[in-house]
Ligand binder design. Structure first.
Ligand code: TPP
Ligand code: MG
Length: 771
């Protein structure tokens, strides 16, 4: 690490001004200069950017090394773009098109921005926590011999103080403490303002305690050098300043020097006179604005002093909108400078009209060499890293043997077989679960592969020879990361591990398990994992009212609908073990394929008789979303369309009805998600000149034009009822649209109309309509 010479501090200050100007100008340009096609406000956050420009200048142009990765506070995105613009890795065109179609994104985006973005942010709290899991993945890779020490880095989160209200941060903090996580810097932009207001004073200093009790080093950067020195000489003034409530402090920052003077005069009367005489109004405002997060020496010294691997939180005091006319104003979050204010800022910053986009505009001849040297030697990655795919061969995954099986048990068996067989894929699988490892059938895999811990932990029960099916040694070669019960952490862990190819150049195959209903608990983290194009397999089991005696809200209803609306995540719902084996092979392949995606496998604990197959003609259809388990006769009037665990009811009903309904077919749907996507894509392509029919159109056109469909799934009926829209066939949808309850399977299937009788009634309904 190069220690900065004294002149570097000056150069960093110049860079800070450049970032403050360029971020404000980029937002201003999008709102006030660029032609508006629709007359809508474009938006952007000038105040949130100005709050962090010093922190980001010190970080990016002094502290960061080439292996370090950063999650940037979402609304400071324009500062990140400005940094890359100064480095020459962001184009003026992209900035001119900020928040426009194809332009620089509002919030940093891994997939959509042209600059290297380490983590996509936007939903506050998630970017913070994902850095912790990325650090854990780094330790995992190192322990497994996949990452050299020289390639290790630090994970930095730039955090808005109101982000600290997001509970997922503390869930991550707790998990990180359990895993002795390290190499983290969380830098809080402590401007004491959120979107709506100034922050509540009652949390003041509590954050320190929370972090300290989790073993973090807390570095508070409250004052800049000058203010620190002045307050050091005036203890009474210091006491008064420190007792100012957030709202009053912000108001004074907004009102400026005259208000500080009047206020001090009122508080201290003649005792303040001598002090006040030493400052004009501007100097007074400047003095009280010298908070730690705006003072380059303070920031640089703090970063330099935290070079070990202890996780560190920096609480950097700042002013929201620092240096802008609405600094400190409680309503400044989405505030935009008007053209007059912007011109005044331009002049104050020495930027010539017409030269607003010049990277080093207003940098004087004396300062220029220092600034250029800093830009030159910056260690941060300028180019997007090439994504590495296709590095690992995926072997064929055979179906587990057994006449009766549940898909959940088959999942456990498949992983056990992979663990025993070994090979590169098995070495690169990492499993994780929020305290449901055993109950989602991962236990046998963990017995083989062990829990991951950097420090070995003995299995006390095994040592004491107490009988247990789970023999879980924990060591640094373990391949299961056991999490506490926090589903957000599961998805953040999957996001981090699913980005390991991108972040570290080493592909992992992450498989996470949880109960299907609890997907909802971590939905936003799942959405962000997909948005970043992290690749993983999510195994959700048990699911549906098929869970029987567990009852109530343990019985998931709507996850297939969630999956239907979730980009980047493919839903598969197998009925049989051989389908599951094919899907797991496909899901593993998709992880390592540039055009791939993540996969959600919705499984069940229901033991069902496996079907006899002749050949593997079903396989392609099963992977495409559905296949005829019982093909329809030509011009058939009806078909049963079934998904997952209710397949035995569908098969039995098909046997019962096939004599009465000639040509009756049974369509096994394995992915409503894929069928729907294929359908809409084919429609779009037909208008682009490509004559193509989708898989579901082909399947359903084997029926007669007026055929009816009885759809059935242990899920919300809308998961399949839309199939009627494909060719205009009528639908009688069966499924679950009320909360579940306890009971045995027969009772529940009858009560919720998932049984043979319901299928018969539904078939009669559509056939009567036909007549
Ligand atoms: C999960 C989530 N909820 C709400 C928002 C809308 N939002 C964006 S910024 C913000 C306030 C952020 O305040 P702070 O973190 O202190 O950042 P500052 O702008 O003050 O630096 C809110 C509520 C969001 N982006 N994400
Ligand atoms: Mg804030």
């Amino acid at each position: 690490m190069l220690k900065p010479a004294a002149t570097d501090i000056d150069a960093l200050r110049v860079i800070e001004e450049r970032l403050r100007w360029l971020s404000a100008w980029t937002i201003h340009h999008a709102n006030h200069v660029r032609d508006s096609a629709d007359g809508l406000k474009v938006g952007g956050h000038q105040a949130s950017c100005a709050s962090m420009t010093a922190i980001m200048a010190a970080l990016y142009f002094h502290a960061l090394g080439e292996n370090d990765r950063v999650a940037v506070k979402p609304h400071a995105g324009p500062v990140l773009h400005a940094i890359h613009y100064l480095l020459g890795s962001q184009s003026r065109e992209a900035l001119e098109n900020f928040r426009g179609f194809g332009g620089a994104q509002s919030y940093p985006s891994r997939t959509k921005d042209a600059i290297p973005v380490d983590f996509s942010t936007g939903s506050v709290g998630l970017g913070v926590a994902v850095t912790l899991f990325a650090s854990l993945v780094q330790d995992y890779l190192t322990a497994h011999g996949m990452l050299a020490d020289a390639d290790r880095g630090r994970f930095v989160a730039l955090i808005g103080d109101a982000e600290l209200d997001e509970g997922n941060i503390y869930e991550a903090l707790i998990e990180g403490t359990k895993h002795d996580v390290r190499n983290l810097w969380w830098i809080i932009d402590y401007n004491r303002q959120s979107l709506d207001a100034t922050s509540a004073d009652r949390m003041f200093e509590r954050f320190d305690e929370i972090f300290r009790s989790c073993g973090w080093r807390v570095v508070e950067l409250r004052y800049g050098r000058k203010l620190q020195a002045v307050l050091g000489e005036h203890p009474t003034l210091k006491g008064w300043f420190e007792a100012l409530p957030n709202a009053e402090l912000s108001a004074l920052h907004y009102q400026g020097g005259a208000a500080w003077r009047a206020r001090l005069d009122r508080e201290f009367a003649k005792d303040a006179a001598e002090f006040l005489a030493g400052y004009d109004d501007d100097a007074l405002a400047t003095l009280f604005s010298d908070l730690g997060g705006h003072c380059m020496e303070t920031l640089v010294a703090a970063f330099d002093a935290a070079q070990d691997d202890v996780p560190t939180v920096f609480i950097a005091w700042t002013i929201k909108g620092f240096g802008l006319p609405f600094a400190g104003h409680k309503d400044n979050h989405a505030g935009l400078m008007n053209p007059t204010q912007m011109s005044a800022l331009r002049e104050a910053m020495g930027v010539r009209e017409g030269h607003e986009w010049e990277p080093l505009e207003a940098v004087g001849d004396n300062a220029r060499p220092g600034v250029e040297a800093l830009l030159e030697k910056s260690g941060i990655a300028r180019e997007k890293r090439e994504r590495a795919f296709g590095s690992v061969a995926i072997p064929a995954i055979p179906a587990p043997a057994g006449g009766e099986q549940s898909t959940q048990a088959a999942f456990g068996r498949i992983l056990l077989d992979l663990a025993k067989a070994g090979g590169e894929l098995a070495e690169r699988i990492v499993t994780t679960s929020p305290d449901v490892t055993v109950s989602t059938n991962l236990g046998a895999w963990v017995n083989q592969r062990g829990l991951f811990r950097r420090e070995e932990m003995t299995d006390v029960f095994a040592q004491a020879k107490i009988a247990s099916a789970q023999k879980w040694g924990a060591h640094n070669q373990g391949q299961h990361i056991e999490l506490g019960i926090a589903e957000n952490n599961l998805f953040l862990m999957l996001a981090a591990a699913g980005l390991s190819g991108d972040l570290f150049g080493e592909r992992l195959f992450p498989i996470g398990t949880l109960y299907d209903p609890f997907i909802a608990r971590g939905l936003d983290a799942l959405n962000y994992a997909c948005y970043q194009d992290a690749r993983f397999i999510l195994v959700a089991t048990p699911s549906g009212i098929t869970l029987g005696p567990e009852g109530g809200a343990h019985q998931s209803i709507n996850p297939p609908l969630i999956a239907l609306g979730q980009p980047g995540l493919r839903h598969y719902e197998p009925a049989f073990a051989d389908e599951l084996a094919a899907m797991m092979e496909e899901a593993l392949r998709l992880i390592d394929d540039p055009a791939g995606e993540s996969t959600y496998l919705r499984l069940s604990t229901r033991n069902i008789a496996q079907v006899e197959r002749s050949g593997d003609g079903w396989r392609e259809g099963a992977l495409a979303g559905g296949y005829w388990l019982r093909p329809p006769g030509a011009g058939a009037e009806a078909a049963i369309v079934a998904m997952g665990a209710v397949m035995p009811e569908a098969l039995a009903a098909w046997e019962d009805l096939r004599e009465d309904i000639p040509g009756l077919g049974l369509l096994a749907v394995t992915s409503p998600d894929l069928l729907h996507r294929g359908w809409t894509q084919a429609q779009a392509q037909r208008w682009q000149g490509e004559r193509r029919r989708s898989h579901i159109e082909k399947l359903l056109s084997e029926l007669g034009p007026n055929a009816g469909l009885v759809t059935i799934a242990d899920a919300a009926p809308a998961s399949l009822s839309w199939l009627g829209g494909v060719l205009g066939q009528r639908v009688a949808p069966l499924g679950v649209d009320r909360f579940g309850q306890t009971g045995n399977l027969a009772e529940l299937y009858t009560a919720y109309r998932l049984d043979g009788a319901a299928i018969t009634e539904a078939a009669a309904e559509i056939l009567l309509q036909n007549g």
